[in-house]
Design a protein around this ligand. Structure first.
Ligand SMILES: C[S@@+](CC[C@H](N)C(=O)[O-])C[C@H]1O[C@@H](n2cnc3c(N)ncnc32)[C@H](O)[C@@H]1O
Length: 266
């Protein structure tokens, strides 16, 4: 169930701050300790790594590819810039960045070794060896120097991070002044009729697909629940502002099924 890509609104964040890291105690709809959440998320991606790319194509009928291409086009990475793709998984964003800007220096950082191993194999298959580095690490405590990155990207990753506000603060820390932040993530569907259809599809079909294709219903149940728990477009922008990003904006993809948020470290 996917809708055509729609360029969405821009808004300015101006609301009062809420509690910090409110998602930390939730693994999908289950209340958990924050430490346990990180281990459970790691477990999900450890189990699904080999089937991850196939599942993405099946679940979205290939639409995730269009979203990712649109996302990377927005980054406008320049030759010799250094970019960090956090929660980079099997490499979809890094490969697209490299295709557009071969001279860029790109690092993938991901919590789950099994995911980046698949990514490494894919990189070798594509002959991508120069200017592409892989590191296992947590978005909340990046193994990356202060003020060393020109463009930070995170695609379908922030929703899985235990402490979202800590990850945003880390993103700002590693960016150079003048560096850009980009997040592609599932978001809240703007049209009520589409939202109902999307919900029905998500809860009925995605866990079942996970069961059949990845032999893992629970991981895909978590996926659907985590999407519903993730902050909507406006709240995420507010939290980016609280983390110190400026000139923040967002735009919807497919009527808000996904959204791209961006901001600058000044
Ligand atoms: C849905 S996948 C997205 C992969 C890739 N960015 C893409 O768009 O296909 C989510 C990734 O986030 C990673 N992840 C989850 N929590 C993380 C964290 N705290 N720090 C870094 N990576 C994390 C997982 O290991 C997984 O590879």
């Amino acid at each position: 169930m996917v809708a055509p890509m729609i360029e969405g609104d821009k808004k300015t964040a101006d609301a009062e701050p809420g509690p910090r890291n409110p998602e930390a105690g939730w693994f999908g709809d289950r209340a958990v300790e924050p430490r346990a959440k990180t281990e459970m998320v790691h477990g999900v991606f450890d189990r699904v790594a080999r089937r991850y790319d196939l599942m993405n194509d099946l679940m979205s009928a290939g639409t995730h590819r269009l979203w990712k291409t649109s996302f990377v086009a927005q980054v406008k990475l320049r030759a010799n810039e250094r970019s960090l793709d956090v929660a980079g998984g099997t490499g979809d964003i890094a490969f697209r960045l490299k295709d557009r800007t071969p001279a860029a220096d790109i690092t993938i950082c991901d919590l789950t070794e099994a995911m980046v191993r698949v990514g490494r194999d894919r990189a070798f298959d594509r002959g991508l060896v120069h200017g592409l580095n892989v590191v296992v690490g947590n978005a909340e405590a990046l193994p990356i120097a202060d003020r060393s990155i020109d463009a930070y990207t995170i695609a379908f990753g922030l929703r899985n991070v235990t402490r979202v506000d800590d990850a945003l603060a880390e993103a700002r820390r590693v960016l150079k002044p003048g560096g850009r932040f980009f997040c592609l993530e599932f978001s809240q569907v703007a049209l009520p009729m589409l939202r109902r259809a999307y919900d029905a599809y998500s809860f009925a079909v995605i866990p079942r697909l996970g069961e059949i294709v990845a032999r893992d219903r629970d991981s895909y149940q978590y996926l659907v629940e985590s999407i519903r728990r993730f902050p909507d477009q406006t709240e995420l922008e507010q939290r980016m502002n609280q983390a110190g990003f400026r000139h923040t904006r967002w735009r919807n993809l497919s009527a808000g099924i996904a959204a791209i948020h961006s901001g600058w470290r000044i």
